[in-house]
Design a protein around this ligand. Sequence first.
Ligand code: NOJ
Ligand code: CA
Length: 574
Amino acid sequence: MTVTGPGRAPSAASGPAASAQPTLPRPTAEPSDLSATPTPAWPRAWWRDAVIYQVYIRSFADGNGDGIGDLLGIRTRLPYLRALGVDAVWITPFYPSPMADGGYDVADYCAVDPLFGTLGDFDALIAEAHRLDLRVIVDLVPNHSSDQHRWFAEALAARKGSAAHDRYIFRPGKGECGELPPNDWESVFGGPAWTRTVEPDGTPGDWYLHLFDPSQPDLNWHDPAVRAEFERIIEFWLDRGVDGFRVDVAHGMIKDPELLDVGYPNQITMLGSAVLPYFDQDDVHEIHRSWRRILDGYPGGRIAVAEAWAPSLERLAAYVRPDELHQAFNFHYLNSPWDAEALRAVIDRSLDTAGLVGAPSTWVLSNHDVRRHVTRYGGGEAGLRRARAAALLMLALPGSAYVYQGEELGLEEVLDLPPELLQDPQRLRSPDENCGRDGCRVPLPWSGSASPFNFTPLNIVDGWLPAPAHWAALTVEAQWQEPDSMLGLYREALRLRREHPALGDGALAWQAAPEGTLVFSREPGFVCTVNVGDGDVELPVPGTLLLASGPVGTASPGVAVLPPDTAVWWAIES
Ligand code: NOJ
Ligand code: CA
């Protein structure tokens, strides 16, 4: 067997050549000329096949040298994202917050936390992103606020039945003296979803609902004032030029009106798909419809993407009906095992169900809430090999893809962080020591040989979490000129995806394939082959090799050998 790759096709014209790689864009903090950069006139449906890069702000790039990522840091690294070849950036919450849940506990929805910068920094970031033809999506966190939000303080101080009190969900407790929670609902982070209040005279009072941390009280979406306030918040950011919103817990705002018991413990896990009286209630869709009307009133194709944990792909499709949100994260795909049958089934059902409502499907492998997929796929060499193949599979599928910062570097979950540095409330509230999300939030390694790998300017202060020493080989700088690196693979895949007419929005057709293998074609002239099994697979060579995630062999003329966990893109003569 002869072997070529990994990486690009081995021909002289397109073979790996370090000299062909443009140099790594340097970070830059040049001030933008805001007046010269109006929002570009993008086609309305840009999002149908966009590759959207998730920036977890605290861990992407630190601009001011305090060890915590910020808006200035993101702006200085926009040239990197442009050169990587993504279409848009989603930035996790940067609003004023006590940071009990990494900023998903918002104390003021229309401002910037000083930890991350100022509104001026945000405006400069938007202007610079648009100048580079990158769109910017921000997080909207409507299910709950922080307990430090002015509204919650007012609600605690207010009389029952008053307008201020009704913005949250208070209920009397059960038991003789109200000493038991109103029902058996559980917090996603562990323990009951209810916390008892204390009356001004010091006696125990009613309970309030918090599906996440006790410092994240759930808002009462039956209150028109809550709805009006979020419409104002959406308009505030749209007026500042954002291209869309990622809607946190988009399935959670409406609860079963009777607050019925679930009836069993261990009800919920992060991104889970259980049927529950506090998630995915039909009436939540009216809220999304009202937001869609606002988005459609703005020029340039502003979008919203639902973070909805729906019990099925059918229920998920309801969030992307033509008059609701534009996209929904496909956690059914993220949660699929690395198995050909399972992957094919979830791909088919994703395309079918989204297709029923005319929406594109989305694909995602990692985010800031789950173990990085190199680790989920087995870690080490095998995990990396599978993650390389998974990247080519995902980026060849019809629709839009989300890339979580660092997956393009092949980062794995960091499992040995010093316990005293851990911050995730999920880890801190749960008896399960392995459930924390800090390990996928370690600051990105940019360059250099020791932590923080120039995550902070001048590399003086360490990042808020230390990076493992062996990430020296995984920095952006170390991989940039290496076509066979993970970064080289992502760059080339994103370049081809932009250029090849078959990739992006559209359809796929499955082709006959040996067991454990996925083979599909896309028109015009493209085939993707993936060996998901654990043995070599021989396949008739379908065309000219465009890009491979690993070495590809030749069994005989016209017959390719795909080693385990290998994906290949082929160009077909039409
Ligand atoms: C989903 C977010 O992605 C996660 O990080 C957060 O903890 C919960 N929603 C609560 O806001
Ligand atoms: Ca900082």
